[in-house]
Design a protein around this ligand. Sequence first.
Ligand SMILES: [Zn+2]
Length: 347
Amino acid sequence: MQALVLEEKGVLALRDIDLPQTVGPDDVKIAIHTVGVCGSDVHYYTHGAIGPYVLRAPMVLGHEAAGTVVEVGKNVRSLAVGDRVCMEPGIPDLSSRASKLGLYNVDPAVRFWATPPVHGILAPYTVHPAAFTYRLPDSVSFAEGAMVEPFAIGMQAATRARIVPGDVAAVIGAGPIGIMVALAALAGGCSRVLISDFSAEKLAIAAAYPGIEAVNLKETTFAAAIDTATRGWGADVVFEASGSGKAFEGLFNLVRPGGAAVLVGLPVDPVRFDVAGAISREVRIETVFRYANVFDRALELIASGKVDLKPLITGTYAFKDSIAAFDRAVEARPTDVKLQILVAEEG
Ligand SMILES: [Zn+2]
């Protein structure tokens, strides 16, 4: 079937490729409807690698997807043909030690869509374990369903933060993940979220949400803004969502004594770490790798209307124009948050 294939670094093709379509007893087959373009997909396109994951053979891109169940395996009871669903892109070994601990996201054996050598799902059909396929509530569109994956990272970050109602949070970086983190922090009980960036356009998108306050780093420092907002006490939770090594300079000075620093962004190189700054405030440090056990909760929040991800979808392309979608994503327009590709024939 036709798929969007990354042939090698910098070369995309919409072409036929053989993808396994055997439906195992615990699997479902899904007709893909909508797929979001993720920063990681774009990075494989432009760099051919992310850290230790190196593209060595043609790979289908895409891991943020929603669609419709068209076939179910003989053991599957939770889903039926015709169900609208979204999918968790990582498939762990369910008998692994990590999975048994509930930490299936850090199972070393996890196979994650569009992470070499595993194919993604920018294709008309995929086969996936029912255990990692989630029914969309009627009020949640396919477009929103395809936003659950990036939002899940925010959900994981908010969960790891152990937010207490009324907490003041600070998010470094107003990219797609920073905004997802801010929205999840608000949904998780934060009274207000300050978010910093150098881009006025990105900040404007974030601050359009009630409860999110923009801090433009071209005008002030995040430390000064947090100081003013908390009368010198510091933020209860600071989320690092920029992945910039520079963000770690003075990071712990943003956290109130006894507060938490949650590391979400992935710096390319090792960064200098102010151990004394962290220790002197007994900052609790948490890390976030993808997500585990949050898709159901994310869908509940979206269905309830408490979280509205629709304003973040800033462009939609037909499947035949997938390469144009990726080339626009490479441009990294500050006004773009999420581009999506409609794989299904009709909207
Ligand atoms: Zn993603």
